[in-house]
Design a binder for this molecule. Structure first.
Ligand code: NAG
Ligand code: NAG
Ligand code: NAG
Ligand code: NAG
Length: 449
């Protein structure tokens, strides 16, 4: 009898979890390159590991990452990538589907929509896509830089909130998911969804920052990295990933995971949730698969200190500059290396000043010399709602007239973080006036033309 009951229970449990259930898909993206953006690729590699631990097949995980970190000459652990101090190689066994220049917005949209022909057109290869259907759960994770209303891509062809919203609407229309979850770890990530994302189309978004705050990178002070110190992950991302690894995924909800990450970000960024919040009450296992192999289900949660509290965190838009400063602080014994870092630091500072001048010149040409620095710096984190019919063309104009600024990794994210000024100007003057001001400022700026 006991044996029969046991048999029935196991049978039920299996049909419950395996029965008519749809597939789980993941699209993991880090587009930035360079040593100072190490943490964003590490976030994505680590996320890949937790999906694999969860038993999600490789065919259902698409990874887009520039892939210059593991083999970087700056990497003291050649061929390996670490997240946090536990020194577990998260690059081990990774399958990267799109790397280098293939990591761009159009390929991302094509992959997400399962459009194999478009992927072939864009990349020249028959790449892996999210081939999902109406019963499937799809998880998208983006660890990157952002500016108001945009997620950045390496080639400067950035993704606006409007475009992302349209793509999501088309996925919904074409019945490409049952539940769609987006985790976005970028500065101003909330501006991708706030007052935009519908709450009745089965989409839930969690962001590292609100619409007007920066996201942070953390663990920037790992001694193991010696003179090549860099940040090992996003403050929000490192915490959701580690939380997930210590959770019983069949017992914990998406919201529980989010709340833990939010606590870890306290006092720095301000994580937010958007869309269908009922999805946040679903079990982690619905998206991430089973608990990690070293965890038995039903054991509750392992206590874990949040990561990044005690270590150095840096707002992402300042990573280029602050990472060099951090290195300089620790290279005093090596004269030659410290001279190199010093020279690079001066160069980056000059780029930042030049981009500041560009924003200031736009503002001045509209509001005259009384435009104060204070007004500009306030607009950085305190801008009004985005008037897309003006702001989108304004950003396009900056890209057209100032391509160097928008494509130079060492300065573009810093410059983009000031685009709250453009958002505000859109609410103050006509689009034509603003576009003319952008053109005028570009004419005299060494980073433009
Ligand atoms: C791919 O490119 C060909 C030739 O340029 C074009 O005819 C076709 O419509 C493209 N397909 C997609 C899906 O973009
Ligand atoms: C976003 O998409 C929804 C449909 O999912 C649409 O109703 C809404 O108007 C869109 N918002 C913007 C700002 O385009
Ligand atoms: C956004 O986050 C920042 C930083 O945590 C905070 O100071 C600000 O008040 C938040 N904005 C809103 C509208 O809650
Ligand atoms: C560099 O050192 C100075 C002085 O010790 C300290 O105030 C600063 O926070 C350090 N900066 C970084 C990025 O570690």
């Amino acid at each position: 009898m006991k044996g029969l009951i046991f048999f029935l229970c196991v049978g039920l449990a299996v049909s419950n979890t395996r029965g008519e259930e749809g597939k789980k898909w993941a699209l993991l993206v880090a587009s930035a390159n360079g040593w100072f953006n190490y943490g964003m690729q590490a976030d994505v590699y680590h996320a890949y590991q937790v999906f694999r631990e969860g038993g999600i097949p490789e065919e259902q995980i698409v990874v887009m990452a520039y892939d210059d970190i593991a083999q970087s000459e700056d990497n003291p652990f050649k061929g390996q990538v670490f997240q946090s101090y536990d020194l577990k190689d998260v690059y081990n066994g990774i399958k990267i589907d799109y790397r280098k220049e293939s990591v761009n917005k159009n390929t991302f949209f094509a992959v997400l929509q399962g459009d194999k022909d478009a992927v072939k057109n864009l990349t020249g290869v028959n790449g892996k896509v999210i081939d999902s259907g109406p019963g499937d759960n799809v998880f998208i994770f983006i660890s990157n830089h952002g500016m108001p209303g945009y997620v950045c891509w390496l080639d400067g062809n950035d993704m606006s909130a409007k475009e992302l919203n349209e793509t999501i609407a088309s996925l919904h229309k074409n019945r490409k998911y049952k539940n769609l979850v987006l985790y976005v770890d970028t500065c101003f990530a909330g501006s991708m969804f706030e007052n935009i994302l519908a709450d009745n189309i089965g989409v839930y978004a969690a962001t590292a920052s609100n619409a007007t705050s920066y996201a942070y990178s953390t663990d920037c002070n790992s001694l193991a990295f010696a003179d090549w110190r860099t940040c090992l992950g996003g403050l929000f991302s490192i915490n959701w990933v580690y939380e997930l690894q210590s959770d019983d995924r069949h017992a914990s909800t998406m919201d529980m995971q989010f709340q833990e990450a939010k606590i870890a970000c306290q006092g720095q960024s301000d994580p937010q949730q958007y869309g269908s919040l009922s999805i946040s009450l679903m079990r982690e296992s619905e998206f991430f698969g089973d608990s990690a192999l070293d965890r038995k289900p039903g054991r509750g949660r392992r206590s874990r200190r949040s990561i990044g509290k005690a270590s150095l965190s840096i707002p992402k838009h300042l990573l280029a500059y602050e990472t060099l400063k951090n290195q300089l602080n620790h290279t005093s014994e090596h004269f030659q290396r410290s001279q190199q870092v010093k020279a690079k630091l001066d160069w980056v500072k000059k780029l930042m000043d030049t981009s500041d001048m560009f924003i200031k010149d736009i503002h001045t040409s509209i509001h005259g010399r009384f435009a104060t620095d204070k007004r500009i710096s306030r607009a950085e984190t305190n801008f009004g709602s985005i008037k897309w019919s003006c702001y989108e063309p304004a950003v396009e104009a900056v890209r057209a007239h100032c391509p160097r600024m928008m494509r130079t990794e060492d300065v573009r994210y810093y410059a983009g973080a000031k685009f709250g000024v453009l958002v505000n100007l859109c609410n103050e003057v006509t689009t034509d006036t603003l576009l003319a001001a952008v053109k005028t400022a570009a004419r005299i700026n060494p980073l433009c033309g």
